[in-house]
Design a protein around this ligand. Sequence first.
Ligand SMILES: N[C@@H](CCC(=O)N[C@@H](CS)C(=O)NCC(=O)O)C(=O)O
Length: 221
Amino acid sequence: MKLYFSPGACSLSPHIALREAGLDFELERVDFATKKTASGEDFLAVNPKGLVPTLRLDNGEVLTEVPAVVQYIADLRPESGLAPAAGTFARYRLQEALNFVATELHKGFGPLFSKECPDAWKEVVKTKLAASLAEAAVRFVISHSGISTVLVGMATPAEFEQALESIAAHPERYPLCDDRHRFFLLKRYPFQVIYRKTSEDRWLVVAVAHTSRRPGYWHNR
Ligand SMILES: N[C@@H](CCC(=O)N[C@@H](CS)C(=O)NCC(=O)O)C(=O)O
């Protein structure tokens, strides 16, 4: 099995998965400018899309697209626990997360690296990306804190952890948004943590809500 990769590119994701799974594989570096590999192969003959990651299997099949490649790797070694079993609902959660990263995050960054993209549009792109990153962060924090069973394999952005820590330390410091709920505004993301007191020493996070989308959707929780 051979992974075609480029340093600093999204091929790092299946590279990590291969190592975590403990599989044997070769690496072949791709030069984006020439579309040649380090050993002189014509990369476009391997993957006409010219994109890494590209995984060439020992039987000659070529598999591309991060979500497909990482799940294939995980399924080669189910005991590694890299992915929930195929057919389970948890597996669909993983696919939901991988697809979100591929489409809403990864591809969203493209315009920021483009010389043709006007600066004004780059600002629009940054705002959209901030919302997408926040969405990803929210999903992870929710799973990480045990509030729900949403599964995504992402690092917890420090800002969300800090928000939860600040609320835990001084729950009555933050403003009321109705007669019983308080909110904590995140600094860099258009999101707020909504919480309320449930007993003398317990506070419940009822939502991590966008500051303008679907206002008040959490009221009946
Ligand atoms: N949809 C593809 C996107 C892969 C992709 O965009 N790869 C980039 C590196 S992160 C690439 O190969 N770019 C080639 C180039 O810029 O010439 C996937 O999810 O695998």
